[in-house]
Write a protein that binds this ligand. Structure first.
Ligand SMILES: Nc1nc2c(ncn2[C@@H]2O[C@H](COP(=O)(O)OP(=O)(O)OP(=O)(O)O)[C@@H](O)[C@H]2O)c(=O)[nH]1
Length: 529
């Protein structure tokens, strides 16, 4: 047997309904969760990108103001500074200590020699030629500027801000400079003023693609032009995007270019961190749905059972459609829904019709169609019942005399009428429990339960007389010959042999001249009539 049909046979309607409902429910739930997750995910990514860009814009403005303020403070002091060594020292000290813009402030002459520097621990450099990238840039350009990041003498990544100093004739006299640490300095305090708990961080990049600030200090000074956001900033573009960064991490970045400084600010958050809240949200949703499912499952089971139960009972009860209890049992099944009700009605109609046909078949099998009396099969059944109940009975066999003549003279239809008349007379003479039978042709038999031979002979004589009286064919006299025998518990003959005795008596009656009753044994020799 193919596997599929084997499975089909085992699967009942209840399991099918459950399977269907549970699987479609799960499918709907999963697709809803998946769609909700997708929508939520897109919204989260969108809002994170937007939030990062807004924050980058705000930070850019703050940074721009900060550096403008620092530049202004530097220019103001440079423009108003006295040239005496004490005045220069006091000015550098005040600028460094009061405003907190710079990690160090220094006055450098036109050759690049340090005239004054603050804080105090750097004063060993005074009088020395300053050999830094910032110094070279300031001396070369001789205008207000901010350098790209470089490593200071003390080994720190810094940027240098400088403002040129000129005498009354406009001759270049050196510059006033300030250094800003790119890590652990005012820049970091400014950028990290709002610490993030959610994995978000900020970095600052120059138009050359060099990291000016990064929370991992070892990365400051690194060039990252392969980073797509850095590339956008190098072209002066602002915006937001999802990207894989140089560390191969999926990021959501908002970025803003600061053309006035030649810098770009990037605020970014790992995508995975953003989406982790989504997983928690989904877990919450499932936690809320799970009890509902637990309540629903038994309900579904009950529903599936209620749907399948009437069909199961209809099927079970229909198996025994021949039994009398079948119809009442089917009627007791509650067909609470349309299809079950229709199936119940169809089964009741079908089984009633089948039972009626069976009944008719049984009747037909035991009945002679011309007279309505029992046929030979009916006789057998009646005889078996008599034998089973061990009842005594008498048998009268009878045969129409010269019936062939009737058929020959008047035809078979008239012959049939005569046969029906004999049957009618037998019915009229019979009592309630008497069994009437047409054995075939014009031969009949009467079984009289609980009747002695002498009483049976009286009945036989009545029959003979009544037949003689009837004239179904007016000009044709009608008579019958009869043989009678009896069966009792003391009888040496079986019930079947008793019928043979009656038959033999009938032949005797025929031989003796017909139209008479002969008993076996003859009446005067009956032992106990
Ligand atoms: N009309 C009709 N005739 C039948 C039927 N069955 C048998 N017969 C006829 O009954 C006749 C029986 O004839 P026989 O057996 O010679 O007996 P009989 O003429 O009655 O003579 P005895 O019995 O010796 O008195 C035959 O002609 C059969 O054709 C039937 O159902 N209808």
């Amino acid at each position: 047997m193919p596997i599929f049909s084997a499975i089909q046979l085992r699967m009942d309607l209840r399991s099918l309904i459950l399977l269907l409902v549970v699987s479609s429910g799960l499918l709907i739930l999963l697709s809803t969760l998946s769609a909700a997750r997708q929508v939520q995910r897109d919204a989260l990514i969108e809002s994170t990108l937007e939030g990062n860009q807004v924050y980058a814009t705000r930070l850019a403005k703050t940074l721009e103001h900060y550096l403008q303020d620092a530049q202004y403070a530097l220019s103001y002091v440079a423009n108003h500074m006295e040239h005496s060594p004490e005045a220069v020292r006091e000015a550098t000290q005040r600028l460094q200590q009061q405003n907190h813009y710079f990690n160090s402030v220094f006055r450098v002459d036109a050759e690049g020699r340090v005239i004054s520097i603050w804080p105090a621990h750097l004063q060993y450099m005074e009088g020395q030629l300053l050999n830094t990238a910032g110094n070279h840039a300031a001396l070369t350009q001789q205008q207000p500027m901010i350098t790209p990041p470089y490593v200071s003498k003390a080994g720190n990544w810094i940027i240098q801000m400088s403002y040129p100093i000129k005498d009354a004739q406009g001759h270049y006299q050196g510059y006033l400079g300030g250094s800003i640490y790119l890590h652990d300095g005012p820049l970091q305090r400014l950028i990290d003023q709002h610490p993030f708990q959610n994995g978000t961080y900020v970095y600052v990049v120059s138009v050359q693609g060099q990291l000016i600030y990064h929370p991992e200090p070892q990365r400051i000074g690194e060039f990252a032009p392969q980073n797509s956001v850095v590339r956008q900033l190098m072209q002066g573009n602002s915006g937001s995007q999802r990207l894989i960064n140089t560390q191969n991490i999926d990021m959501l970045a908002g970025y803003v270019a600061l053309p006035s400084l030649g810098w770009g600010i990037v605020v970014q958050r790992p995508t995975q961190k953003t989406l982790s809240s989504l997983d928690m949200l989904m877990q919450d949703v499932i936690k809320h749905i799970a009890p509902l499912i637990l309540v629903l499952l038994p309900l579904l089971w009950w529903l599936a059972r209620s749907i399948s139960a009437p069909l199961e009972r209809l099927a079970d009860n229909s198996l025994d459609m021949g039994s009398k209890s079948c119809i009442p049992q089917l009627q007791a099944v509650s067909g609470w829904y349309y299809e079950a009700q229709r199936m119940k009605q169809a089964l009741l109609l079908g089984i009633s019709a089948t039972q009626e046909q069976l009944r008719q078949l049984k009747v037909d099998a035991h009945q002679d169609p011309l007279t309505g009396l029992y046929n030979r099969r009916g006789l057998e059944k009646a005889l078996n019942e008599l034998a089973a109940s061990n009842q005594c009975f008498s048998a009268i066999t009878l045969d129409i005399d010269f019936f062939k003549q009737v058929n020959d003279i008047y035809g078979h239809l008239q012959g049939d009428r005569v046969i029906q008349t004999i049957a009618q007379v037998m019915r009229e003479q019979a009592k309630g429990k008497d069994i009437l039978c047409r054995m075939g042709g014009e031969e009949f038999l009467m079984l009289l339960p609980q009747t002695s031979l002498s009483d049976a002979c009286i009945v036989a004589e009545h029959l003979r007389h009544e037949v003689e009286r009837h004239r179904p064919i007016p000009d044709q006299p009608l008579s019958i010959s009869l043989g009678v025998a009896s069966y009792t518990s003391a009888s040496p003959y079986s019930p079947e042999q008793t019928l043979t005795l009656a038959d033999q008596a009938l032949y005797t009656a025929k031989r003796n001249g017909r139209n008479q009753v002969v008993s076996s044994p003859p009446l005067n020799s009956e032992p106990n009539a």
